[in-house]
Design a protein around this ligand. Structure first.
Ligand SMILES: [Zn+2]
Length: 191
């Protein structure tokens, strides 16, 4: 996958304000974990990602919009995944995907002032969930902040992988939660 263009502005929220988004009980629980990087994907957002990727035998992808909650002194970041922008302007084959630059302006017009593009997702149909050399380069070029992540899904093998920041550091699936204000389950345990 390749991308290039202008990135939207980035708004950072306080770590504590995650409580306003997911409620006191889970908010406090996530703030108090020993993990320094957590991704919380609302069920509605997850359903959109899967619905987008699942039917296709060629690579598909898009941007993920959400909110960044961070306390730099604690070195702790909680990212909420709220919505997606599907790449419609793309060329895809079974092994590659190139997205058009227009997706960034589409993301800008679809997000509100509290939100940012927090990461990107794409599929590897029946290839397995990993980052290719091109994926690593894309992440370094376009998703190089410490809060940024890339999510890659093989919808045929039900495999998932997550990579963080400029260096595409692998993130354990147990740091990726799917849910809503009633329950949150780590990715490995829900699918
Ligand atoms: Zn890829």
């Amino acid at each position: 996958m390749k991308w290039n263009s202008v990135k939207p502005d980035i708004k950072i929220h306080s770590l504590h304000s995650v409580i306003n988004e997911i409620g006191f009980m889970y908010g406090i629980a996530f703030i108090n974990t020993n993990e320094n990087y957590l991704l919380l994907c609302f069920q509605s957002c997850w359903d959109k990602i899967i619905k987008h990727l699942k039917p296709h035998k060629v690579e598909m992808g898009g941007l993920i919009i959400g909110k960044i909650h961070e306390d730099q002194s604690l070195d702790k970041t909680i990212v909420l995944l709220e919505d997606i922008v599907v790449s419609n302007d793309h060329k895809s084959t079974s092994v590659s995907l190139e997205m058009g630059a227009g997706i960034w302006s589409e993301a800008n017009s679809n997000k509100n002032n509290d939100q940012a593009v927090v990461g990107w997702y794409h599929s590897h149909p029946n290839l397995g969930a990993f980052f290719s050399g091109t994926d690593v380069k894309n992440q370094k070029a376009n998703f190089n902040s410490a809060f940024h992540f890339g999510l890659v899904i093989d919808p045929f093998r039900d495999e998932y992988a997550i990579f963080r920041g400029a260096e595409s550091k692998p993130i354990n699936l147990s740091n990726f939660f799917i849910g809503d204000n009633h329950a949150w389950l780590a990715l490995g345990t829900t699918v």
